[in-house]
Design a binder for this molecule. Structure first.
Ligand SMILES: Cc1ncc(COP(=O)(O)O)c(C=O)c1O
Length: 383
């Protein structure tokens, strides 16, 4: 069920940026709420008052793990807290061997990190193959042609940062598993926009972070590792917090922690965790179904509006989600025009990225469409 306009108004009132801007850039950084700001300040207060309350801070650490685990349908011991998605992915790569299965198969719409981390494994024997896109999409059939019994892992973006294309996770996971390969889902551009259940999806690894649709600060990401898999993995990217007993401070003993914790490395980013928990709780408090309905309604309105204006979309209509990407002729000029009229968006290559979250309204879409209409010469048109 969609949220009422009044409910959306109440949510929006908690994000002061809307007093000054039309914020359409959650795909890059979620807007700051007063709730998250208060969480960050709580950390400062605890530091002022107690100096080094590590017992309290470690409780926050566990609370963040539990809150994220619940969001994705996992258990807390299946979740590692890592400083970035890149760090989580690098930890996974470091735990795998490429002798029997050297192939890593990934699509062209992955975030660059995904290419970099797996290409960095080539000296260790990895053979990286990129799945080519067809008409702005990466259908399961394209993966089907490359995944085989020499494939070790298929890294897969849930929603592409580049053009908003949504992958068919269930079908590609099935393909990977049928051929004995692992699947690592990068949920960064989806997480926080819809309900999610990693168990239902059946993925082996899932990575996401807090700064986009989870409405938190940078500096925190989460890595889910399927329970049955974790004990067999020994990451070479490691450190004291990833040990079974970090507080033994035993320099000479290497004894990885249980479950996903073994993928952790150093001192946790406590201030960021203070800011991350309220962001996630704000969304779970509203209900991810409601969040998703609001986003779908806005994305639909934008797609309709661009059709009327004959603007070419880079996002395939069949998979439109929180991120809608329009093809620009002159992206920098277009971003400058939007900025001049108070609209915050972003761009990649020739794509103008418009992303919606629960705090956006049809009024935002209308204002955006007005600026687009006034600048059609900067966009690629159909027909
Ligand atoms: C899909 C996706 N994956 C990964 C990242 C990068 O995450 P991090 O900087 O935490 O490594 C981004 C950031 O834009 C992203 O959009």
């Amino acid at each position: 069920m969609a949220l009422t306009a009044e409910a959306v108004g109440n949510i929006r009132a908690r994000f002061p940026i809307f007093e000054r801007k039309i914020y359409l850039n959650s795909c890059s950084q979620g807007a700051l709420s007063t709730t998250v700001e208060a969480g960050l300040l709580d950390f400062v207060v605890s530091w002022h008052q107690s100096g080094s309350p590590w017992d309290v801070w470690m409780q926050k650490y566990e609370q963040a793990r539990a809150v994220f685990a619940r969001l994705i349908g996992a258990e807390p011991d299946e979740v590692a807290i890592v400083p970035s998605a890149s760090a989580g992915i690098a930890g996974v790569a470091s735990a795998l061997g490429f002798d029997r299965r050297p192939k890593v198969v990934l699509g062209e719409f992955e975030f660059p990190t995904m290419g970099h981390v797996w290409l960095a494994q080539r000296p260790r024997g990895a053979q990286v193959q990129f799945v080519p896109a067809e008409n702005n999409a990466l259908p399961p059939a394209a993966y089907d042609r490359l995944i085989d019994d020499r494939t070790l892992i298929v890294p897969l973006t849930h929603v592409s940062f580049l053009n908003g294309f949504r992958s068919d996770v269930a079908a590609i996971t099935r393909l990977a598993h049928e051929r004995g390969a692992l699947l690592l889902l990068d949920g960064y551009q989806d997480c926080g926009t819809r309900p999610l259940d990693v168990k239902e999806l059946g993925v082996d690894f899932y990575v996401s972070g807090t700064l986009k649709y989870l409405l938190g600060p940078p500096g925190v990401a989460f890595l889910y590792v399927r329970r049955e898999l974790a004990p067999s993995l020994a990451p070479a990217v490691t450190g004291w917090i990833g040990q079974a007993n970090p507080f033994a401070f035993d320099l000479k003993r290497f004894d990885l922690g249980p479950g996903a914790r073994r993928f952790e490395t150093g001192t946790p980013p406590i201030i960021n965790l203070y800011g991350s928990i309220p962001g996630i709780e704000l969304l779970t408090g509203l209900g991810l179904d409601q969040v998703s309905a609001q986003i779908a309604m806005l994305a639909h309105a934008l797609v309709e509006g661009t059709r009327r204006l004959c603007i070419r979309l880079k996002t395939p209509e069949a998979t439109v989600g929180p991120l809608v990407v329009l093809q620009a002729q002159n992206l920098q000029a277009l971003l400058a025009r939007l900025d001049a009229r108070g609209i915050v968006a972003s761009g990649r290559h020739d794509g103008l990225r418009i992303s919606f979250h629960v705090y956006n309204t049809l009024g935002d879409v209308e204002q955006l469409l007005r600026v687009l209409q006034d600048n059609l010469d900067l966009l690629v048109r159909e027909g």
